[in-house]
Design a protein around this ligand. Structure first.
Ligand code: SAH
Ligand code: SF4
Ligand code: F3S
Length: 429
């Protein structure tokens, strides 16, 4: 009987996507084969615990798969594994393994050994030596530059499930990028819960220096990075972003709330004024930068005037895009001990107001690009638009233009002639 066919399902953020690609690469190197779920000997569900509904969705899928494929070994990795993996193994005999994000490098040996104990040493991995699978033909790749987070924002479960902040050695990051370039990748996104607090454990280099070194790699055309913490957005980092030719003009700078009172309760380490000051400094150097953000509505204690502060801050910054979430209490976090006093209905009302506003501003940003010449990295053919290709401009907006797949991997100049909220249409010049 064959016993080396695997299938991975991924929930959660780009770090989870990276981890799944790294797990895949480890298995492929050992001669395993990636197959659809109904043919797999081993099914791995990579999970997210950031909000209760994210957790429920991943757990629901895990249990359904375990019920549907009793002959396969179905197991859980990722942030929910770290949070409750032990309990899950006790409660559900059909779950074959639970491995946290700190031990994914051991997954092949754990699975090969039919080891059913929980593997939850959260700080054990710094990412050195991990390589993510690159899908053939891909022009973009993610690179993890650090693991974990120790900011302990009061609502957030990430520090508990991903452990302390550990920078990955810069030499190792650069090696993985060079390998990707050999596989035709031309754009990379540096990943971390807090990229701008990066420190190289070997040389002490900071994020600005890492950007400089990566920018100088031969063959790399574009660099992006997520996520930044406003409190660590130093002038050195702003300077590096504005000066380095391959670093794209877009910054995801999650604000979470526009109210200094709520920011304090969230333990974010900056006030409304400080955040706006950082935005001003960024715009002084890069007037055309696309800023995007994350916002939480209905955090404990959020009064109407606090929410209005978020609305006015949003207008003042004029974000090109935003992810908005309603507050979800997470076990073990400081905020889970606060009274969750904003009624669900109001959380949703506020969330809807932010989403409406984000769509208006997204459209405004997109329309401001009509008539402009944008540089697009073509990724491939547009599935919905025959005879067209698509790619992103440096701000991160999707652009659709007439063309064939031979343009893939090229950076082309495009004049924008039509704009929707989240994408643009243009013509190559
Ligand atoms: N490290 C990143 C993002 C982490 S999670 C950062 O600091 O920006 C992604 C987003 O999920 C957060 O920015 C926040 O907006 C949201 N989030 C995190 N915990 C949450 C919670 N308990 N309830 C609702 N949203 C949450
Ligand atoms: Fe969570 Fe805050 Fe760390 Fe982001 S910076 S992962 S929100 S604790
Ligand atoms: Fe979710 Fe874990 Fe990412 S909790 S957001 S998958 S770090």
């Amino acid at each position: 009987m064959q016993n080396n066919r695997f299938h991975i399902i991924t929930y959660g953020c780009q770090m989870n996507e990276y981890d799944s690609a790294a797990v895949s690469e480890m298995f492929l190197r050992k001669g395993w084969v990636s197959v659809p779920e109904n043919e797999a000997d081993v099914i791995i569900v990579n999970t997210c615990a950031v909000r209760q509904n994210a957790e429920n969705r991943a757990l629901g899928r895990l249990l359904t798969l375990a019920g549907t494929y009793p002959e396969s070994r179905v197991g859980i990795i990722g942030c929910v594994a770290q949070e409750i993996g032990k309990k899950l193994l006790e409660k559900y005999p059909k779950i074959a393994f639970a491995v946290g994000p700190g031990e994914i490098h051991r997954l092949p040996e754990i699975i090969a050994g039919f080891d059913r104990s929980a593997h939850l040493d959260v700080d054990c991995l710094d990412g050195k030596g991990l390589r993510a699978e690159i899908k053939s033909g891909s022009v973009k790749a993610f690179i993890a530059i650090s693991r974990g987070c120790e900011n302990f924002c009061s609502y957030c479960i990430v520090p508990y499930v991903r452990g302390k902040l550990r920078g990955r050695p810069m030499s190792d990051i650069i090696e993985e990028i060079k390998r990707d370039i050999d596989l035709y990748v031309v754009e990379i996104t540096l990943l971390g819960q807090n990229v701008n607090s990066y420190i190289d454990p070997e040389t002490g280099a900071d994020f600005a220096e890492l950007l400089e070194k990566v920018d100088a790699i031969d063959g790399l055309r574009r660099i992006r990075f997520v996520t930044n913490h406003p409190k660590d957005m130093s002038e050195r980092v702003i300077e590096a972003i504005s000066c380095l030719p391959h670093v794209c003009e877009s910054i995801h700078l999650p604000v979470q709330s526009g109210s200094s009172k709520i920011l304090k309760l969230m333990n974010r380490g900056y006030s409304r004024e400080k955040y706006l000051d950082i935005v001003r400094k960024i715009r002084e150097k890069m007037p055309d930068i696309a800023l995007t953000t994350d916002i939480i509505t209905g955090f404990p204690g959020e009064a109407d005037e606090d929410f209005q502060d978020t609305v006015t801050l949003y207008r003042e910054v004029g974000y090109a895009g935003a992810f908005a979430f309603r507050y979800s209490p997470r076990p073990g976090t400081a905020a889970s001990n606060m009274i969750d006093d904003v009624p669900e209905k109001l959380k949703i009302e506020r969330l809807t107001a932010i989403i409406d506003m984000s769509q208006k501003f997204a459209e405004k940003f997109s329309k401001s690009l009509i008539g402009k010449n944008r540089k697009i990295l073509v990724e491939g053919e547009s599935a919905k638009n025959p005879g067209m290709v698509f790619g992103l401009d440096r701000a991160g907006r999707k652009v659709i233009l007439p063309g064939k797949k031979d343009l893939r991997g090229q950076i082309v100049n495009v004049i924008i002639d039509r704009a929707e909220k989240w994408f643009l249409f243009g013509t190559k010049i």
